[in-house]
Design a protein around this ligand. Structure first.
Ligand code: CP
Length: 308
């Protein structure tokens, strides 16, 4: 199914056809990435601007790489040395970038809803690269692409997502995306980091990590978001690692050979041991590579939609 919206703001409400279409396009983009030429001209003459109000390594670099592989012009706005520091608003920044010629704006912002606000005020296509605790749709798309690539159909897969669910935009986008694709999703973590909305949305929620990963096809650890923690939500990092970290003992409850995933960046020895992160069942490096393919696919599909 083609993309019909100007923007990609989240996966809440997305249907299986739309997600499958993006994942199919990503498979084609991965083939191009791995070809001798690596590049194609699908976004030739287009301008892609990355506007990140929060730190990033994977998302920002992979969007910029994706745009370059599609032959787009790329501009990276570092908020720390932009006119945002002089008090320029998000909307004024969007208008400025649009007059300079941005066709796409890729935004990461600490406020939930910031990507939507920008999208409502510019003609350019806006892609949400993470807004507060709301959504990080391209992360969930690359997660689903990685699962599909390794395990085949997403429908019926048991996916356990463990960690700081409360603050995780990755958890929310995976909830909407995986549920739409017919996967069974279980979220686990300390009770203080498990919001009620996940159970209401049809997922299983438990504080028992071993029960969560029982018979799982995929075990995904979430980063402890130290920057978003309020005092007292976890007893201590050491106790968190002991009771909620993914280690060999926890993984033994999953299906043999279950995939281990993490959106990154990893706090080694906290939400996942280095040994598990580096093990043969870990696909964390695949997730990073697939991020480029998925972002190429999204830029291409939005560009096709805008050309109509
Ligand atoms: N997974 C993710 O969003 O990583 P970055 O913060 O490095 O972009």
């Amino acid at each position: 199914m083609p993309i019909t919206t100007k923007d990609m703001l989240g996966l809440r409400g997305a249907d299986a056809g739309l997600i499958a279409g993006i994942l199919d396009a990503a498979a084609e983009m991965k083939r191009i990435m791995r070809s001798t030429e690596r590049k194609c001209a699908l976004l030739s003459g287009k301008s892609v601007v990355t506007l990140f109000y929060e730190n990033s390594t994977r998302t920002r670099t992979s969007f910029e790489t994706a745009a370059k592989l599609l032959s787009a012009m790329t501009t990276s706005i570092s908020v720390s040395n932009s006119s945002v520091q002089k008090g320029e608003s998000l909307i004024d920044t969007g208008h400025t970038l649009e007059r300079i010629g941005a066709d796409f704006m890729i935004i990461r912002h600490p406020m939930s809803g910031a990507a939507k606000l920008l999208a409502q005020n510019v003609k350019a296509s806006v892609i949400n690269a993470g807004d507060g605790t709301n959504e990080h749709p391209t992360q969930a798309l690359l997660d689903m692409f990685t699962m599909q690539e390794r395990l085949g159909e997403l429908k019926g897969l048991n996916v356990a997502i463990v960690g700081d669910v409360l603050h995780s935009r990755v958890a929310r986008s995976n909830l909407w995306g995986l549920t739409a694709m017919g996967a069974k999703v279980t979220f686990a973590g300390p009770g203080t980091l498990l919001p009620a909305e996940f159970e209401q949305a049809g997922a299983r929620v438990t504080t028992d990590v071993k029960a969560a990963v029982k018979d799982a096809d995929v075990v995904m650890a979430l980063r402890i978001q130290k920057e978003r923690q309020q005092a007292g939500l976890i007893p201590s990092v050491r106790e968190y690692a002991k009771f909620y970290g993914i280690n060999d003992g926890v993984l033994a409850h999953a299906k043999p050979g279950a995939l281990v995933m993490h959106p990154g960046p990893i706090n080694r020895g906290v939400e996942i041991t280095g040994r598990v992160a580096d093990s043969s069942v870990s696909v964390i490096d695949d997730q990073v590579e697939n991020g480029v393919a998925v972002r190429m696919a999204l830029l291409h599909l939005l560009s096709e939609r805008n050309a109509q």
